[in-house]
Design a protein around this ligand. Structure first.
Ligand SMILES: C[S@@+](CC[C@H](N)C(=O)[O-])C[C@H]1O[C@@H](n2cnc3c(N)ncnc32)[C@H](O)[C@@H]1O
Length: 390
């Protein structure tokens, strides 16, 4: 592909990504993969270059732009080489017109930045929200294997955390194929420590997804006890079984739930769990580093619906905890309405519960819990609280 054709490909992809974000359609990664699946003429260098241009545009633009062309023009303003690819030749994009307006660069839509400020996040922390994320892994102690990965560094505060050099092809590492390491952001590892999982316990991971935190819980339990991983998304939950097998985590059970019927479907666990971990669906304002296009999908309505789901999940989780047990509430959001505010509402309505102090080795106090941020902790952003049942 010529440089101009690459630019045109990025513009077309961004048009699809913009539509996907506006209409709750496919994620950017899926759109990019589909695009190249039908364009076999694009070699690996072309794909990499187009992908980089697409993601550079997504990162640079806080608001969903009007078009792919406006998005790439925003980058071209500061990049003469890119601007020169708007040459109108062959498959290249048309020459830049004198009155064309590039999209506005920024970190996120103003209404979200305002809510982040109201949640106590300093403006100085904003740029780190869209930095490139490091590649982190968790060592799985269930597999007794010496791990040698060139350039890997320990992560302060995490006995099992490893920061891998960027660009590491994890799937090609023997340690990964043997289940000795799992890819997991340091923030995810820190917040899972709030469960204080121990051998012999019965733990529910209520929103397990594909089981990133489930596997960390099972590893901390040394193969003794039970972790029940539940979710309402069949496709996500089905990805857990092969991961658990690879990690030799034999204490994990899975159960698919119907939304709205969770307690009924978990009646054999009511009042009996040592700990229920709720890694609730959220706005993802803490994970823009990995998923920058999520800023283009958020609306106040969507956040309101998420807050309602989180409130419901806290109620469900609370019914499963045994007296003296704990509820661990996690969101990868930095908005108080999903984090500290949500927990404050729960505590006000449930006098039999109290927040327990956390010492995770990362984060700062936020309301009754702890908040990790990319700027302060070099992790994805998270809120976590540990609530103890009387
Ligand atoms: C933040 S993700 C979980 C990520 C996962 N714990 C991990 O560490 O990889 C939130 C999950 O909540 C699930 N979810 C949404 N509503 C739910 C409900 N009512 N009951 C259980 N899970 C639900 C979603 O399908 C999604 O997989």
């Amino acid at each position: 592909m010529t440089p101009s054709a690459r630019t045109q490909a990025a513009i077309e992809l961004l048009d699809q990504i913009i539509a996907g974000a506006r209409d709750s359609g496919a994620a950017a990664d899926t759109i990019v993969a589909r695009y190249f699946a039908t364009r076999r003429y694009a070699g690996s260098k072309d794909r990499r270059a187009v992908r980089e241009l697409v993601y550079a545009a997504i990162r640079a633009l806080g608001e969903r732009p009007a078009s792919g062309r406006a998005a790439v023009l925003a980058l071209a303003k500061a990049d003469p080489e890119l601007a020169a690819t708007f040459d109108g030749v062959g498959h290249g994009p048309a020459v830049i017109g004198p009155s064309e307006t590039p999209a506005k660069t920024g970190i996120a839509p103003n209404w979200i930045l305002d809510r982040l400020r109201q949640s106590g996040l300093d403006d100085a922390e904003f740029p780190a929200l869209i930095d490139r994320a490091p590649l982190d892994a968790r060592i799985n102690r269930a597999i007794h294997e010496a791990i040698e990965i060139e350039g890997a560094e320990p992560i302060a505060g995490l006995a099992d955390g490893l920061r891998l050099p960027s660009g590491t092809q994890v799937e090609q590492l023997p340690a990964y194929n043997h289940g000795a390491i799992e890819v997991q952001d340091a923030g995810s590892q820190f917040v899972t420590l709030a469960a204080r999982a121990q051998a012999g316990q019965r733990i529910v991971d209520l929103c397990a997804g594909a089981g990133g935190k489930t596997l960390a819980l099972a590893a901390a339990m040394g193969g003794q006890g039970v972790v029940l991983a539940t979710d309402t998304d069949r496709a996500r939950l089905s990805r857990l079984a092969p991961r658990a097998e690879r990690a030799r985590a034999g204490i994990i059970e899975t159960r698919l739930l119907n939304p709205g019927r969770e307690v009924e479907m978990l009646d054999d666990w009511v009042g009996s769990a040592d700990c229920v971990l709720i890694d609730a669906p959220c706005s993802g304002t803490g994970t823009w580093r990995r998923n920058p296009e999520a800023r283009w999908r958020l609306t106040p309505d969507r956040i309101e619906r998420l807050v309602e789901t989180q409130r419901h999940l806290l109620e469900v989780g609370a019914t499963l905890v045994k007296p003296g047990g704990a509820l661990v509430y996690i969101v990868c959001s930095l908005l108080d309405e999903e984090g500290a505010g949500q927990v404050a509402t729960f505590l006000a309505a449930n006098p039999g519960w109290r927040a327990q102090p956390l010492d995770l080795g990362a984060g700062r106090a936020q309301g009754a819990g702890t908040r990790l941020t990319p700027a302060h902790d070099a992790t994805d952003g998270f809120f976590v609280a540990r609530l103890q049942h009387a």
